[in-house]
Design a protein around this ligand. Structure first.
Ligand code: MCF
Ligand code: ZN
Length: 327
């Protein structure tokens, strides 16, 4: 499973930070983060809302472009070790430079340089998705969209929204998504993780994204499932994350297979791997064990993912060759 070349579309940059990396930075900077770790060294959180605050506490020790360069290298080493050949990562100017465009440019440059180095050394390609945070509200999303529009290009290919989908409405964020769309960015929105099938409908109607982050609760509305299939909306499924956070009680209860069987384009990602004790290899092993997925299924999932990737056509061709030209 580890050897299979993989495409991952849904990965939060800070959420991929190994706990040892965050603990190390906290030590260097004299910040006490002991409250966010368990005794065994892993991240400690009780539920989804607590997870969001632990995520933000961990992120508080990443305070410079250099920190993000080191983080990027650590994340890509781990992804490459699990066969990932192409990855898209959620980055937020809320965390990189406090929403200021000039500071954001410096962080972005450092991340890109680290990504270019990893591409040369490890053969993994990374692209960035600027992400606004839903629970920070629509006013906070505007400068984030401006940062995205100012730096849109061949490396920064998308704009998205993550965070607590029980806060506010997708329509509150139309200005930010229109700003990003006009700058040529492709769009993805977290929905249907906690807010039910209606949250997927609302996100599609208001923000017209190319992809939905999670989207799995669409399964509760089969008419919506058929619409997703018909419109070719791609779901960035993260089953290990959903099971770890309690969206579904077990792997076999996860709807990824039912969505796929009804014609929805599904992909597989880890979301925040060390938080959820997962890796891309572990996701594939669980899918094989729970649904009998094999080589053909994984080839199809990866073909779907590279088709839905936000990078340019030449990059997709390069990645398809790495996937074994099965697409
Ligand atoms: O997909 C998971 C769970 N659902 C919603 N949001 C997040 C997930 N992982 C990280 N996030 C949030 C995180 O709390 O994304 C933002 C933070 O607010 C960071 S995006 C660079
Ligand atoms: Zn996510």
């Amino acid at each position: 499973m580890r050897q299979i070349p993989k495409v991952e579309l849904h990965l939060h940059h800070e959420g991929a930070a190994p706990p040892s990396f965050i603990r190390g930075l906290a030590g260097e900077k004299g910040v006490d983060l002991s409250g966010i770790f368990r005794e065994d060294g892993s991240y400690a959180f009780r539920d989804f809302v607590h997870f969001l605050s632990v995520y933000e506490a961990a992120t508080s020790v990443l305070t410079s472009p250099e920190d993000y360069a080191r983080l990027t290298r650590a994340v890509l080493e781990e992804s490459a070790a699990h066969g990932v050949v192409y990855s898209e990562t959620f980055l937020s100017p809320d965390f990189c430079g406090g929403g200021d465009v000039a500071a954001w440019r410096e962080y972005l440059l450092a991340i890109r340089e680290a990504a270019d180095g990893a591409e040369r050394d490890l053969g993994i390609t990374l692209r960035g998705i600027v992400t606004c945070i839903r629970h920070f509200g629509p006013e906070a999303a505007k400068p984030i969209a401006i940062c995205a529009a100012e730096t849109a290009g061949d490396w920064l290919t998308g704009f998205g929204m993550a965070g607590d989908e029980m806060k506010g409405q997708p329509s509150d964020f139309i200005w930010a998504f229109d700003c990003a769309r006009e700058a040529g960015l492709r769009l993805t929105v977290h929905a249907g993780e906690w807010g039910g099938a209606a949250s997927v409908r609302d996100a599609l109607a208001a923000l017209r994204p190319d992809r939905i982050g999670h989207g799995v609760q669409a399964i509760d509305d089969l008419a919506l499932v058929d619409d997703l299939a018909e419109q070719g909306i791609v779901l960035e499924c993260c089953p290990g994350s959903n099971v770890a956070l309690g969206v579904y009680p077990t792997w076999s209860a996860h709807p990824i297979q039912r969505l796929r069987a009804r014609g929805v384009k599904v992909t597989v990602s880890t979301d925040d791997p060390p938080f959820f004790h997962t890796t891309m290899t572990a996701e594939y092993e669980r899918l094989a064990a729970s649904f009998g997925w094999g080589e053909e299924d994984f080839a199809e999932i990866n073909a779907t993912a590279i088709d839905a990737a936000f990078c340019d056509a030449a990059t997709k061709d390069t990645i398809r060759k790495k996937l074994g030209d099965r697409t």
